[in-house]
Design a binder for this molecule. Structure first.
Ligand code: PRX
Length: 653
């Protein structure tokens, strides 16, 4: 497409002056989608220049492609230079320095604080100074293991200001998981806090961090933010209080200049095999993508109060609490508590108190709250709400309808946003003012996203159909590589369907080009919106002494979307004891994290294996799903009799 073609799309004004959404109709979406597909260079170069604050403007858009991905990562805006924190902070000081940037709702209702763009800028410059005094340099990795306090966002942006690479580890992860991540990325500095607070309960973050770092010589410093004032262990010389380092710091006003493709952060996520992978996102492409999608999908306006109630430990928190909203000069809420504390009306009470206009959460939370009845919602004024988002898992039409009717009073647009840690930002979604919605459907691809559905022979399906969801051309926000292992990145995402990025999801497409993402088709579970590999569970479960083998699959769970079903084979002569499941869960919690819990456990005489020893997971899945009649052919099994025992002893909620 020519330059003229691109002119069909309304060119957005610089976002920092509060420009209107460029996509407010289906026609505008279509034109933008075609322009981004036909000439991604021109489309994204223009967006990147308009949205980001550059030290050196780029002259090129996309470099590389999926066919050459094994030779090296793709690049966007490769000759540009910038510092991401300047796009998120400095560029807003003149037009909106006194606007609230972060609105922090603490664990106790009504407690918290707000930081204007000016205040946030000062804190980030100071925190960057504190990190610099600890020796943090450009390119160095810093682990952030914190709860939902503004300091977590400040720490991320402070790393960005120095060109250091942050890796946020969700505060629910265990010491073991934290240690793995510290080692994998070679972090020498960890930022944590004394304790987290959630739903009136404390989370011993510093103690877990100390356990993780026991004997780890590589970590020079632990910077500890004081949240509760609890007594914590202290390693002299290594540990430093956040408030002391901040008060002594020389603010870093002059941000470190980075190349557009320097790494910005690493975020670990589970796959179908092996240990979690550190997906690596870079600077300018990621920020352009999160800024664009945040503005268009949610129809962001200057006076919006935007609340995404995810955790910064997951990609949703990175892209849609911190980077996208701040790049867009929005007021973004950070929520420390849970949807049910002190009661199931907490979300709506905070929406009323802060005048929230855009609200973004997960289907799990919606289902859990719907089960508590409408009164908790109706007790609070939701009249300012305009756009309601969901993310993280498929949303069933009933939950969608409840969100629409009860929470949104039939007045708000629901945006069911499909994306992944790897995609950096929203890929398939309604655009609030443009796309007619349909319960359960993520609808249309964003500009830049060209989906393809593959049939069982690896051929793209033309027209309506159901298949494996791939994306066929690069977009600015995609993860560039797996930290330290580009081969694994290529093997995981580009080997199944050469020339395509394979998402791991199944998807249905109708005649109108609408998409419904059905969920993972690989061995990855999505439990309450959290990704965990079945292989991770199995590796941990077999460390329980009485257990010889384990096969883990998902099953439909009314609230969590997917529950975890573990089939275990005991060691010869082992006595399971009455609380084997509790034992298993303790081990999962200790080795993975608080979110890794087995819901159903069945002791079986053996796993259904083929004669070559491969576990036929299809059988485990069908039984867990309560469909033993749909097992299909089991005659190729080495020992078909185990299937009878599995079916006979099947568990359900
Ligand atoms: O299976 C899809 C599901 O969540 C997976 C990505 O998980 P994660 O990387 O942890 O990122 C979650 C937040 C972006 C996907 O492969 N998923 C996410 N959003 C949706 C979804 N499934 C259906 N509909 C969605 N809207």
């Amino acid at each position: 497409m020519t330059e003229a073609g691109n002119d069909l799309v309304a060119v957005p004004e610089r976002v920092r002056t509060g420009s209107p959404n460029p996509i407010t109709s289906l026609d505008a979406w279509r034109e933008a989608w075609i322009a981004a597909k036909d000439d991604p260079d021109a489309f994204w170069l223009r967006e990147a220049k308009a949205r980001l604050h550059w030290r050196r403007e780029p002259s090129e858009g996309l470099r590389g492609g999926f066919h050459e991905i094994a030779d090296g990562p793709i690049a966007f805006f490769a000759d540009g230079e910038l510092n991401v924190s300047e796009s998120c902070l400095d560029q807003h000081l003149a037009p909106r320095g006194d606007k609230v940037a972060i609105l922090w709702e603490a664990d106790e209702p009504g407690e918290g604080r707000s930081l204007t763009y000016r205040a946030l800028h000062q804190e980030v410059c100071r925190a960057a100074g504190a990190l610099r005094s600890l020796g943090v340099q450009k390119g160095e990795r810093v682990i952030i293991y914190m709860g939902m306090v503004p300091e977590a966002a400040i720490a991320m942006l402070a790393c960005a200001r120095l060109g250091a690479v942050h890796s946020v580890v969700f505060g629910g992860f265990s010491a073991e998981a934290l240690r793995d991540r510290v080692r994998d990325c070679g972090a020498e500095v960890v930022i944590t806090q004394d304790e987290g607070l959630r739903g009136g309960r404390t989370i011993p973050l510093k103690a877990t961090c100390d356990e993780a770092l026991l004997g780890e010589q590589g970590v020079r410093h632990v910077l500890c933010f004081q949240r509760t004032g609890a007594h914590v262990g202290w390693t002299a010389g290594r540990d430093v209080w956040w408030h002391e380092a901040m008060s002594e710091a020389t603010p870093v006003e002059d941000a470190v200049v980075c190349a557009a493709e320097d790494p910005l952060f690493i975020l670990y996520t589970s796959g179908s095999t092996g240990r979690p992978k550190g997906l690596c996102h870079t600077q300018a492409g990621y920020l352009t993508w999160t800024s664009w999608t945040h503005q268009t999908v949610f129809d962001l306006r200057e006076d919006d109060v935007y609340a995404c109630v995810a955790d910064v430990g997951w990609i949703t928190g990175h892209s849609y609490i911190v980077y996208g909203p701040l790049c867009n000069g929005a007021t973004t809420l950070m929520f420390e508590s849970t949807p049910s504390y002190p009661d199931a009306g907490r979300y709506w009470e905070l929406c009323a108190r802060h005048g929230v206009t855009i609200f973004y959460t997960a289907p799990t939370a919606i289902r859990a709250l719907a089960a508590q009845g409408d009164a908790f919602v109706q007790a609070h004024d939701r009249s300012r709400l305009r756009v309601l988002g969901t993310v993280g898992e498929p949303i069933n039409p009933e939950a969608w309808q409840w969100y629409f009717d009860v929470v949104g009073e039939g007045r708000c647009t629901i945006v069911d946003t499909w994306w992944q840690t790897e995609t950096g930002g929203i890929c398939i979604t309604p655009i609030a003012p443009a796309t007619p919605t349909r319960p359960g459907w993520a609808t249309l691809p964003n500009p830049g996203i060209v989906p393809a559905l593959m049939d069982e022979h690896g051929r793209p399906i033309v027209g309506p159909g159901e298949g494996r969801l791939c994306l066929s051309q690069p977009w600015p926000g995609m993860a560039r590589t797996v930290w330290g292992d580009h081969e694994r990145y290529v093997a995981t995402y580009f080997a199944t369907f050469p020339g395509y990025y394979f998402t791991g999801d199944g998807c249905r497409r109708d005649g109108a080009g609408y998409h419904l993402v059905t969920g993972r088709v690989d061995d990855v579970l999505n439990v309450a919106g959290h990704r965990i590999g079945t292989a991770e569970f199995e590796a941990v479960i077999v460390t329980v002494e009485a257990i010889a083998e384990a096969g883990v699959v998902g099953f439909p769970h009314p609230v969590k979307g997917q529950g975890v079903y573990a089939y275990v084979v005991l060691q010869p002569g082992a006595e399971p004891g009455p609380d084997l499941q509790a034992l298993v869960n303790n081990v999962c919690r200790a080795q993975i994290g608080a979110h890794a819990k087995v819901d159903l456990l069945q002791i079986v005489p053996g796993l259904p294996k083929t004669r070559s020893g491969k576990v036929m997971r299809r059988i485990l899945r069908k039984v867990a799903e309560g469909q033993p009649e749909a097992l299909g052919d089991v005659s190729t099994l080495a020992d078909p009799s185990v299937v009878e025992a599995i079916v006979a002893g099947a568990k359900s909620l």
